[in-house]
Design a protein around this ligand. Structure first.
Ligand SMILES: Nc1ncnc2c1ncn2[C@@H]1O[C@H](COP(=O)(O)O)[C@@H](OP(=O)(O)O)[C@H]1O
Ligand SMILES: [Mg+2]
Length: 268
């Protein structure tokens, strides 16, 4: 067994807390830019926005991962130009979105996150999602569980203990698609919450919502860390068409298929 496989298969709570510290360091870099009066925004080739905060967080994460978990490949939203020929060989790698919810960051509503996931054989097996403005961190790993940390306090995530009569659905604040609107018309009575970034998955993990239908585009780095948190809490993320779990690095295209994420205990 190689060292890398050992890390993936024996990922410990101590390893997870090291990842949390890396996400917090990236959050500090983001907040230094958030505090500035003017935030310069550049459009990427796909017309999505990028700021100095995305790039600063990327650099912090990549350098600290290399220091603390040497030898594991990294794919980041901010360094995604890696040929399929090369990455299809990867059994284990870090998949990161240094700043998910860039539009929310620009709007300064706090609903943006740092995301670091460990992918092993196509599955998101560990992940950290940190919302620096909210001072809240969600983290989890398969076979360990999932937690929420506010300051020093840590709470185990297990979804909602008592099923709700009227389900709460979460959707994107900035990218709600017509397909989601159609889906919602067909699910009967529900309450709708609009939230930016990967926080939506975390709300399912902590029992604040029941369902997150994403019938619109996302990339693999948008979902991996939060999927790891949600699944470690007992929830699910499945492809809308196939009903199979959402997987990573199984195809050249980095876009995810449409998916449905559900809270622990969701049975409808
Ligand atoms: N047309 C599109 N193609 C690919 N990804 C898209 C997209 N529209 C939105 N997204 C993704 O949705 C993410 C934001 O999620 P939400 O809408 O749930 O807040 C964005 O992450 P970034 O902010 O990291 O770019 C972006 O990657
Ligand atoms: Mg993103």
């Amino acid at each position: 067994m190689t060292d890398i496989t050992t890390i993936a298969l024996h990922f410990s709570k101590a390893d997870l807390l090291r990842l949390v510290n890396i996400a917090h360091a990236a959050g500090d870099a983001i907040m230094a830019i958030y505090a500035q009066e003017h935030i310069a925004v550049t459009q990427k080739s796909d017309e999505s926005p990028v700021t100095a905060a995305d790039l600063a967080a990327h650099r912090v994460i990549v350098s600290q991962l290399a220091e603390q978990f040497a030898g594991i490949a990294v794919m980041s939203e901010e360094a995604a130009d890696i040929a399929w020929d090369e990455r299809e060989q990867w059994q284990t790698y870090w998949l990161i979105d240094p700043l998910d919810g860039t539009k929310e960051f620009i709007k300064r509503n706090g609903e943006f996150t740092v995301n670091i996931a460990l992918i092993h054989q196509g599955e998101a097996i560990a992940g950290v999602v940190y919302a620096p403005v909210l001072n809240t961190t969600y983290y989890g790993a398969r076979h360990l569980g999932a937690w929420r940390q506010d300051g020093q306090q840590e709470q185990l995530l297990q979804g909602c203990k008592i099923p709700r009569q009227v389900p709460i659905v979460v959707g994107s604040r900035s990218h709600l698609s017509p397909d989601v609107a159609d889906y919602l018309n067909n699910i009967g009575q529900h309450e709708m919450l609009s939230v930016g970034s990967s926080l939506k998955f975390c709300m399912l993990a902590e029992g604040k919502a029941d369902l997150y239908p994403r019938l619109g585009p996302t990339s693999e780095w948008d979902t991996a860390a939060a999927q790891a948190v949600l699944e470690s809490a007992g929830g699910k993320v499945v492809c809308y068409d196939s009903g199979l779990p959402l997987t990573y690095n199984q195809k050249p295209d980095i876009l995810n298929p449409y998916f449905i994420a559900t809270a622990p205990g969701w049975a409808k």
